[in-house]
Design a protein around this ligand. Structure first.
Ligand code: SF4
Ligand code: SF4
Length: 156
């Protein structure tokens, strides 16, 4: 047990900005990014958003990187990036399933290698609450942010 260990410190490697699916951005998140980029919402959506089913995703480029990721600079929209980007690695799957957590720990250099699952979950739930990442979610918000039932189960 390493109670004093911090579960996560981002190393800014950008690895999590690559992935063919793209990041979910709900309407309020899209509005914030559009304003930040000084674009109207329609133009912003045309250029940067892909709709799939009930959700909207930030597009990825041909190499599979998020279109907002700039090599050697990082996230172009960092101050207003979607909540899913701010919540990683404390995604629902990683907080519910130990093997998913272990895979995330291998993949993301920001996750402390000595942290155990229980501590990761505790710190992750605190993090989600502190930054309000799992509150006021819409149906089109990222499923990974829906963690409040985990909190309820922890307090039973
Ligand atoms: S993969 Fe982990 S350490 Fe790298 S940028 Fe993403 S969250 Fe940070
Ligand atoms: S919005 Fe920013 S943080 Fe999120 S995936 Fe794209 S480049 Fe990475």
């Amino acid at each position: 047990m390493h109670d004093s260990l911090k579960a996560f410190t981002c190393r800014m490697c950008g690895q999590c900005c690559q992935g063919s699916g793209g990041i979910v951005a709900d309407l309020s998140e899209q509005e914030k990014i559009a304003e930040y980029l000084d674009l109207d919402l329609v133009s912003f959506k045309d250029r940067f958003i892909r709709r799939k089913g009930a959700k909207s995703f930030v597009r990825v480029n041909e190499s599979g990187w998020c279109v907002f990721f700039i090599r050697d600079q990082g996230c172009l929209v960092h101050p207003v990036k979607p909540r899913a980007c701010r919540a990683w690695p404390f995604f629902r799957g990683n907080l519910m399933d130990e093997s998913s957590f272990e895979m995330a720990r291998e993949y993301c250099p920001g996750i402390e290698k000595r942290i155990d699952f229980d501590q990761f979950v505790r710190q992750g739930m605190d993090y989600m609450q502190k930054y309000g990442l799992s509150l006021d979610l819409e149906e089109e918000s990222a499923a990974a942010l829906h963690v409040e039932d985990i909190r309820s189960a922890m307090t039973k």
